[in-house]
Design a protein around this ligand. Sequence first.
Ligand code: MTE
Length: 323
Amino acid sequence: MLLPRHRGFVHPVASDITPRAVFEARRALTLAALGSLAAPWSVRAQAAAKSTPLPGARSTVPGAVTMDKPTPLQDVSTYNNFYEFGSDKGIADRAQALVTRPWTVEITGMVAKPLTLGIDDLIRKMTLEERVVRHRCVEAWSMVVPWTGFALRNLIALAEPLGSAKYLRMETFLDKTIAPAQGLDFGYPWPYVEGITLAEADNDLAFMVTGAYGKPLAKQFGAPIRLHLPWKYGFKSIKSIVRIELTDQRPKSFWENINASEYGFWANVNPDVSHPRWSQAQERVLGSGNWLSPDTVPTQIYNGYGEWVAGMYQGLESERLFV
Ligand code: MTE
């Protein structure tokens, strides 16, 4: 059961900023190419970012194109969380071991039409669009990324969810020959799992990402397909998805299993609700300022997307919506 689309709001600036945003994305690519002469960014990681362009017109979905300047590609490509390849931010080289073809995505559970789709067939079925959105990590850093992909609801609709389904449980690949960290015993409950409600999956801003900066998704970003939920802390945006199960049971995520008091189910961005170990009031903007003095900006409730998402949480005030 999918909810009706949000209608009636016309974003006042999307068409105005298109040329600038396109320009910024091109400039970011050029800077990345120039920067590579000096930067310790490997040839393999750069090759992945330079592959064939992806089609996809700029999104007209309200809220899906921010006026903020996209973060330079090189910053986004070299500062990643992808624990399957290590717990440091410099996993880009190691992530090149990820084998993204063949790749299938299974949609299963409480659906009328369970399906398994090869990634290229899946992408061909979808109308791709480009969105430029803010991405705020629970660790209090942020970036702005031009993603290419399609609304999550359009993928879920293919499987025809049953009326009894309430949640999506999503899973990343499990293969310790590709991701050696999955074979180490740090108490991590592999594979990486995330969960959201079906109502959240049906929100206009819930996005399945297959590209970034106009190119197919680089491996360190979670190729060949990941989620992006711009109003939630970044850990909800699960990478390299192989399985989506519709269920009536609230899924327990990877991080919730590790430390539920620090990483809850809802994890909506809120500057007024601190993480147990640090404030969430400000965020460090990647690719701005310098190492000694990075630019920090105030964090916004729902990461600035409240207009489009806050309504989903009315009546849920007794839940721990923000940590
Ligand atoms: N997905 C998987 N499978 N493994 C991960 O370690 N890290 C999460 C999320 N998705 C993670 C993941 C976290 S903590 C963040 S902040 C974002 O991915 C980081 O996405 P980025 O590297 O594209 O910025």
